[in-house]
Design a protein around this ligand. Structure first.
Ligand SMILES: [Zn+2]
Length: 62
């Protein structure tokens, strides 16, 4: 059994298994269902590379 297979973290950007995993804090805007307004959300997401992390951040900005 390959123990690492089941615990493989996938890149948020491309969906490929990330090795090593690069975590980056992504800032985007989400809708608060309770307060009924948008807010800035920060979340640490896994990526396969710094490049894909930057691409994802750009796609969140608008
Ligand atoms: Zn990727």
């Amino acid at each position: 059994m390959d123990q690492s297979a089941s615990a493989q973290t996938k890149c948020t950007r491309c969906g490929e298994p990330a090795d090593p995993v690069v975590y980056k804090t992504i800032i985007d805007r989400a809708y608060d269902q309770v307060r009924k307004k948008k807010y800035v959300r920060q979340q640490s997401l896994p990526f396969c590379s710094e490049e894909h992390a930057n691409h994802h951040q750009w796609s969140c900005e608008g």
